[in-house]
Design a protein around this ligand. Structure first.
Ligand code: MN
Length: 235
């Protein structure tokens, strides 16, 4: 059937409505008829903007989610289209990111990292992990406190903008950090693995409330850590 402009507009409106209705469901469902088109999207924030106060203030959360994170989505999807990127899923996009443009790499990482980061936090979080991840942290780092010290060190020594990560690689837990919006799924990462926990140490993540005091931000972040989510990533 010939696609008229009118049909195209109608179809686009229907797709947009479907996308809005299903919210966090990714592109595969939305673009089932054209699975080769990778589109990144923002997950729905699992809590309200003020929900992580006082560790993270509502204004920071709102700007972070609606401006920074949203911009990464727009920019990476532009890059995918303009550069005719052929990856069909996020994992293969990151596994071959060294072959892509800086725009694709930085913004693709920006989308994925924030989607992951939002889930690493929850209101009334913190406390102690339990189960397999608690045992793994204990056996790898000696104690939960020692793990937190080393993770904090990674967050504090990441110069400029970047992320601190707890990852699992070949069954072993590791702490690492990445510059800019790189992540441990990328082929360019110094230390690769499956992320379990991520902390955004870009100034935009804390500057309104903490100014230059990254150490206070990191210290208070432990009070909103979602250990259940981290545990769920340790397969
Ligand atoms: Mn950020």
């Amino acid at each position: 059937m010939k696609t008229t402009r009118r049909n195209f507009i109608q179809q686009s409106a229907q797709l947009a409505a479907a996308g809005a209705a299903i919210g966090i469901i990714g592109h595969q469902e939305l673009f089932a008829s054209s699975p080769s088109v990778l589109q990144f999207s923002q997950i729905a924030l699992p809590y309200g903007y003020p929900a992580l106060e006082p560790s993270i203030d509502a204004q920071t959360m709102e700007i972070h989610y609606t401006k920074h994170h949203a911009a990464y989505v727009k920019n990476v999807n532009e890059a995918i289209q303009a550069e005719k990127i052929t990856a069909t899923d996020e994992k293969s996009f990151f596994a071959n990111v060294s072959k892509l443009s800086a725009k694709a790499r930085n913004n693709g990482g920006g989308v994925w990292n924030h989607n992951f980061f939002w889930q690493c936090m929850k209101p009334n979080g913190g406390g102690q992990p339990s189960g397999k991840i608690a045992e793994a942290l204990q056996s790898t780092f000696g104690s939960l406190d020692k793990f937190k010290e080393q993770f904090t060190q990674a967050a504090m020594t990441r110069f400029g903008s970047g992320w601190a990560w707890l990852i699992v690689d070949d069954g072993k837990l590791k702490i690492t950090s990445t510059p800019n919006q790189d992540n441990p799924l990328m082929d360019v990462a110094e230390s690769k693995g499956t992320p379990l926990l991520a902390l955004d140490v870009w100034e935009h993540a804390y500057y309104l409330k903490y100014q230059n005091k990254r150490n206070e931000y990191v210290g208070n972040w432990w009070n909103v850590v979602n250990w259940d989510f981290a545990a769920s990533q340790l397969k």
